[in-house]
Design a protein around this ligand. Structure first.
Ligand code: HEM
Length: 487
């Protein structure tokens, strides 16, 4: 086999890849050395903006297979038949640190699934936690600023982390979750995934349901203690990446079973708490888990940058039969992601193979045109306006999902008041579900962070939240913080 020739970007053969061209032996470089200039210039442009959150992540391909009939609740085509398989790409991530951060840290994990369905790509962009810290998207940039590196010290600051939570009583449930045993997964394979938000399903008759998604790991949930994580993060900062990559290379394919909780739309208004509040779970006794199918990951990407770094997931990518609920957080996310993709990857990011809709060979079928890096040819006589008289693509007249009921006046309202909308009762229920050993570890983890905070008023505000969740919980955290601060 003849050896392939090294070329410049324009395809011309390169004569020497070891020595730059110089004016005479030992002389200065020549501007005419196209290969050198191009190589240095291209290298300078290798990095693109990292994700503002979830920068550090790992991805893999696989499939989703339907195991149970859900056609009574959604007419989504990829869920239409038991046994139906749909290709997927999944990206897992940590949230707060920048690219290059360690994997084994106490932080939620992203769990983003792209289903390449025959009716368009469906993105379910969730976390490994069923709830979240806040319930209004207006607070998201402030929240993230408080958790990422401080602009002055350049590192995560307990003062900022806990100051935000001091002002966010609604975070108490998620803080309890994060500081508990599941706060540091042993690997991406050993954690559950949740859609977290409430979404809407619509069946063929147009009936609407509200649903919550749960991916349960078939590897079993395994977590790390704070001490184990600190050691592992030092030894192998890429521990989650190593684990996922190697498991798939060895043929040990991780899988998750998907369940949903289903609430008939008519029950939402009178439920005892706001069912669209992202800081709360729906008790399984009210809405039991129903099995839907199995997610399997069996192929590693060939190129991490091309396929994982450039992957673009958006909660706004729905398919017929699935839509948003009125959850304010979800509504905010419907804007944020595609906007981030246009900034991070450009307007033509859906032309990249990992993002392109497999339902429409050659890319989206619409009248969007041009922009940086446009490589699709909707050319020749294809018109770039609509309506037209030339057989261009046309609308279906069929909305993807049922309409949402609205009432009242515009304004900056607090969430609608249901009978039990307080911020603490589910945090208390989670605490009371824990064994004595789990409670001790939870209290130690919280105290370890809170005791580093420099302001007493910030500590007191946080303690008040744990007291409100459960008096014993509050008392134990308070004692542990005071003991550490007296040391
Ligand atoms: C990534 C915004 C809440 C899960 C991102 C990105 C943005 C963002 C801008 C980067 C996207 C990119 O550059 O590709 C927001 C806003 C939120 C919010 C404004 C609240 C209003 C949430 C919640 C969850 C979540 C509640 C989970 C339930 C994720 C995941 C990623 C991500 C998994 C990484 C996706 C990937 O792997 O590419 N978020 N986020 N986010 N977010 Fe959120």
């Amino acid at each position: 086999m003849s050896q392939r020739v090294l070329t410049t970007e324009s395809g011309a053969p390169v004569a020497d890849n070891q020595n730059s061209a110089t004016a005479g032996v030992g002389g200065p470089l020549l501007l005419q050395d196209q290969h050198l200039l191009e190589k240095l210039a291209r290298f300078n442009r290798e990095r693109i903006p990292e994700r503002v959150v979830h920068a550090r992540g790992s991805g893999a391909y696989g499939h989703f297979e339907v195991t149970d009939d859900v056609t009574g609740h959604t007419h989504a085509d990829f869920l239409a038949e038991v046994g139906k398989r749909t290709d997927v790409f999944v990206r897992f991530s940590t949230v707060a640190d920048n690219l290059g951060g360690a994997d084994a840290v106490r932080d939620p994990r992203g769990f983003a699934v792209k289903f390449y369905t025959e009716e368009g790509n469906y993105d379910l962009v969730g976390n490994n936690t069923p709830v979240f810290f806040i319930k209004d998207p207006l607070k998201f940039p402030d929240f993230i600023h408080s958790q990422k590196r401080d602009p002055f010290t350049g590192k995560q600051e307990p003062d900022n982390v806990w100051d935000f939570w001091a002002h966010a009583p609604e975070a108490t449930h998620q803080v309890t979750w994060l500081m508990g045993d599941r706060g540091i997964p042993a690997s991406y394979r050993h954690m559950n995934g949740y859609g977290s938000h409430t979404y809407q399903w619509t069946n063929a008759e147009g009936e609407a349901f509200f649903v919550k998604y749960h991916f349960k790991t078939n590897q079993g949930v395994r977590s790390l203690s704070t001490e184990q994580a600190q050691e592992l993060a030092g030894k192998d900062p890429n521990s989650h990446q190593t684990d996922l990559l190697q498991a798939i290379e060895r043929g040990v394919y991780p899988s998750w079973t998907l369940y949903v909780q289903i609430m008939p739309a008519a029950e939402a208004a009178d439920y005892r708490f706001n069912p669209f509040d992202l800081t709360k779970v729906w008790p399984h006794r009210d809405y039991p888990l129903r099995r839907v199918g199995r997610l399997v990951l069996d192929r590693n990407p060939d190129n991490v940058f091309a396929e994982v770094e450039q992957a673009a997931f958006s909660p706004n990518n729905f398919v017929p039969g699935i839509g948003p609920s009125p959850d304010k957080m979800l509504q905010g996310r419907l804007f944020a992601y595609a906007d981030a993709h246009r900034y991070r990857l450009g307007v033509n990011h859906t032309l990249l193979p990992v993002n392109s809709p497999k339902a429409v060979p050659g890319g989206a079928s619409n009248y969007g045109r041009d922009g940086f890096m446009a490589s699709n040819s909707q050319g020749r006589y294809a018109k770039n306006y609509e309506p037209n008289s030339y057989d261009g693509p046309v609308e279906t007249g069929r909305p993807l999902s049922a309409p949402l009921a609205v009432s009242g006046h515009t304004g900056t309202h607090e969430a609608p008041l249901h009978t039990k909308d307080d911020d603490f009762f589910q945090a208390g229920e989670l605490y009371r579900l824990m064994s004595e050993e789990e409670r001790s570890r939870l209290v130690a983890n919280i105290a370890g962070g809170l005791a580093q905070v420099s302001r007493d008023d910030v500590i007191e505000k946080n303690l008040a939240h744990f007291h409100a969740a459960d008096p014993e919980y509050g008392k134990r955290v308070e004692e542990a913080v005071h003991a550490l601060r007296e040391d």
